[in-house]
Design a protein around this ligand. Structure first.
Ligand SMILES: Cc1cc2nc3c(=O)[nH]c(=O)nc-3n(C[C@H](O)[C@H](O)[C@H](O)COP(=O)(O)OP(=O)(O)OC[C@H]3O[C@@H](n4cnc5c(N)ncnc54)[C@H](O)[C@@H]3O)c2cc1C
Length: 469
């Protein structure tokens, strides 16, 4: 029964935690606390400030970068926070091979050879077929979340422009195919060419390789509208960085997040309040709550909470990618003047190599620091050593003609949490759904739909809308 006086604990002040608090407030809840272990909110929406030429302060992105016109839940946060995506820099890009040479994979004017013309025609034809398939054979594929998909059902908030963020559900047995890795899904549907366009915004931005990730994740993140927006370079970006969305929303909340406050223990005794132990500057203390919303990775939750057997079994199956990135500065005149994808490096065999560099401020030309990204993990293979990855990323940039002066904000992130194709097909998400609300615990965050800001915030909307309304 709805009782807005209930005391609710939100663990994590990333996009999922901040949006959960906003949606709780929309339904009249004020008695909640958000605990965030870092000294800032936003989680992997992390936009450090760097002083560039003339000592001017600019934001750069070390985590999330962009959105698009179907970022409905993020837009609700923007409106709540008074933030706009209309002031961010535009996102032009070029492509290179592993030797650092510029290539033109999608431009028939730059290379009008017979082979290239045929290959582009094939891509165009298969893309058209792919869009048709997704709208017919795979109807329902793009609602948020994965509940029922393994059984050939869809159920969740809609992304369709006329029904955005309204719950839809239906049966479509073909959806079972979404458990397959994306490369196999494309093969059986005879649309392998589309991987050439999907790979840029997926693998290069740290979401994994197409032979290891169930298609459902690829297609929920990059549905056909999102891909059209990407291809036409119509992304949303934020002048003050993606972090600014969550910082501004946090300031508007009735109870802004407690920073530097790590949840170190959760105990959920039967018929008693939940006990949450936190560690902050004042030491270690325990607070009592009626309900819990978990937005930290669920395999981490297992480490600090009294997880039961079902939680342990489910959460220990969660996989993630190891994404390494740093912001590189260059000697004046020595850096790139536009973002670049190094296409040959988007394979499991070349993991550890630089896949893409993000040049954020066009007007700074080749004086602009850039974020460089590499994946060092691939399911079934040994991780590439971290230090070796950094070294190769630097060498790859050098091959492109860019001598790195300094690396700033270097980090490895827990990227794209997902489950294996086997666990997906076996109904992992339906088991998670059955746990929602047990022991007054609700699970939100990236794993619920996909590891981007929109899917994450929409999951919080879904959880709050279904269980707290
Ligand atoms: C390099 C990179 C690029 C990306 N690019 C994009 C993009 O362009 N567009 C897009 O939409 N998305 C992008 N993403 C993904 C997006 O950033 C994430 O999907 C989103 O941040 C997930 O939100 P979350 O709240 O679920 O998790 P997180 O952002 O990880 O937030 C979880 C929070 O919980 C806190 N926490 C963890 N443990 C505890 C604890 N015990 N106690 C208290 N607090 C704790 C963490 O400090 C963190 O702040 C990118 C991510 C990365 C890494």
């Amino acid at each position: 029964m709805r009782d807005t006086r209930q005391r609710i604990c939100i663990i994590g002040g990333g996009p999922a935690g901040i949006s959960a608090a906003m949606y709780l407030e929309k339904f009249g809840y004020r008695n909640y606390e958000i605990y965030e272990k870092l000294g800032r909110v936003g989680g992997k929406s992390y936009s450090p400030v760097i002083h560039v030429r003339n000592n001017e302060a600019r934001t750069f992105e070390a985590g999330a970068i962009m959105g698009n016109k179907i970022y409905y839940a993020v837009h609700e946060l923007e409106q709540f926070a008074g933030v706009t995506h209309t002031d961010g820099p535009n996102m032009r890009r070029m492509y290179r091979d592993s030797f650092g040479q510029e290539v033109f994979p999608f431009d028939s004017k730059k290379d009008s050879s017979f082979d290239k013309t045929i290959s582009l025609l094939k891509l165009k034809k298969q893309t058209k077929r792919f869009v048709e398939l997704m709208n017919t054979k795979y109807r329902g594929y793009d609602c948020y979340g994965h509940v029922g998909v393994a059984q050939g059902r869809y159920s969740g908030l809609s992304r369709a422009e006329d029904k955005a963020l309204r719950r839809i559900h239906g049966v479509n047995l073909n959806l079972k195919d979404l458990a397959m890795p994306f490369d196999k899904f494309c093969r059986i549907n005879e649309v392998e060419e589309v991987m050439k366009t999907w790979i840029g915004p997926f693998t290069a931005l740290g979401c994994g390789y197409f032979d290891e990730i169930p298609s459902a994740y690829v297609l929920k993140h990059l549905n056909t509208t999102a891909m059209t927006e990407f291809t036409r370079m119509r992304q949303w970006t934020w002048k003050d960085g993606t972090q600014s969305i969550y910082e501004a929303a946090n300031r508007k909340l009735a109870n802004p997040a407690h920073l530097h406050t790590e949840v170190v223990k959760v105990e959920r005794p039967e018929n008693e309040p939940i006990r949450v132990t936190i560690e902050d500057a004042g030491g270690v203390h325990t607070e009592a709550f009626d309900r819990l919303i978990v937005t930290t990775p669920l395999n981490w939750f297992m480490e600090y909470a009294d997880a039961n057997e079902e939680e342990r079994d489910l959460f220990s199956r969660i996989l993630h990618e190891k994404l390494v990135d740093f912001i590189a500065t260059f000697e004046p005149g020595d850096g790139p003047s536009m973002s670049g994808y190094i296409l040959d490096n988007l394979t499991p065999q070349t993991r550890g190599h630089a896949m893409v560099y993000y040049h954020r401020w066009e007007e700074l030309g080749d004086d602009c620091p850039c974020t460089v990204y590499a994946l060092r993990s691939h399911l079934g293979d040994k991780d590439v050593d971290y230090d070796y990855t950094i070294q190769m990323m630097e060498e790859d940039m050098k091959r492109c003609g860019f001598q790195i002066k300094e690396r700033l904000h270097e980090q490895e992130t827990y990227s794209c949490p997902h489950i294996s194709t086997e666990d997906y097909a076996a109904g992992w998400y339906d088991r998670l759904e059955a746990l929602q609300g047990n022991r007054n615990t609700f699970y939100a965050g990236e794993i619920l739909s996909f590891g981007d800001m929109e899917d994450t915030c929409a999951s919080s909307r879904d959880i709050v809308g279904r269980f707290f309304k």
